[in-house]
Design a protein around this ligand. Structure first.
Ligand SMILES: O=C(O)C(=O)C[C@H](O)C(=O)CO
Ligand SMILES: [Zn+2]
Length: 278
């Protein structure tokens, strides 16, 4: 488990490219037959990927020890979105089939969560976020259709995209975690511009569906102190409450957003006018 400390906006201002990347970018999300795990002190979100190929993968007791509990989800909830081939997730003996672009919410208290792929030639790739929880809400699979796809933006501003809200209060109750998947239409490059901050929540972005020679310039920083991070396929960015989070790609791409914090109101954003950005 890799730990990232929280960071003050005044400190972030001083960092060079390598320094910013060390604090905010998670370069390695998927490794065959194991899980990756980054623990951020910002709202104590945990971010990672699970890619079972030939073996089953479970997030075991050693993580519980590092978290000061006896098992991973003793005091946490989990959201998973599969971006790979068909997969299976067994939660305390109940099997959930989780296909490409489908999600599973696992409530606090699940002791054993085991991940596997249906076909080793097309391995599942389970991207996950986990947040501290106070009660148990039911474990549930969510399909793409249930995520109420909504298309917004315009070709003229190069930001036509479909937002799929998988883990939000309209779909199912959770303690604090919300997660969704946003797909840019072909020829469209910008996400979340005009941009926003939300003092009341942090957010993690995970970019994927990108060709080898493409990248996303992820915009971060306070609105009058912007920086960018070069993101390649299947990499994630931690976005503190004080930071904008927007991006422009050299080609269209898809990303998963996950948020934790004070509220779960998707539209609770402090919008920033483009003319006010620096
Ligand atoms: O395309 C978008 O715009 C988004 O997906 C918005 C993000 O999810 C977000 O920043 C929510 O606060
Ligand atoms: Zn946001």
């Amino acid at each position: 488990m890799e730990v990232r400390q929280g960071i003050h906006s005044e400190h972030a201002k001083q960092l060079d490219t390598a320094g910013l990347r060390k604090e905010f970018v998670i370069e390695n999300i998927f490794e065959a037959d194991t899980y990756t795990m980054t623990y951020s002190h910002i709202d104590r979100i945990i971010v990672g990927g699970i890619k079972p190929v030939n073996a089953k993968v479970s997030i075991g007791g050693e993580v519980g020890k590092q978290l000061g509990v006896s098992y991973f989800l003793e005091r946490r909830e989990l959201g998973v979105i599969n971006i790979g081939g068909p997969g299976l997730i067994v939660v305390d003996g109940t099997t959930y089939e989780v296909g490409n672009e489908e999600a599973l919410y696992v409530g606090m208290g699940a002791k054993e969560v085991v991940f596997s792929s249906v076909d080793a030639a097309k391995p599942a790739k389970f991207y996950y976020n986990s947040a501290p929880a106070h009660t148990t809400f039911p474990t549930r699979r969510i399909t793409l259709a249930e995520a109420s796809p909504t298309t917004i933006g315009d070709n003229i501003t190069s930001n036509r995209r479909t937002i799929n809200k998988f883990i939000v209060p309209d779909v199912l109750p959770t303690c604090q975690l919300t997660m969704g998947l946003t797909k840019l239409a072909e020829g469209n490059l910008w996400n979340t511009m005009p941009c926003h901050t939300h003092e009341r929540r942090m957010e993690v972005y995970f970019y994927f569906n990108m060709d080898e020679e493409t990248s996303v310039f992820h915009m971060m920083g306070q609105p009058q102190e912007t920086r960018h991070l070069l993101i390649h396929n299947e990499q994630a960015v931690i976005s503190p409450s004080w930071s904008i989070h927007s991006g422009v790609g050299t080609k269209n791409y898809t990303f998963i957003w996950g948020m934790v914090g004070e509220n779960q109101v998707f539209d609770d954003m402090d919008h920033v006018k483009v003319s006010e950005l620096r």
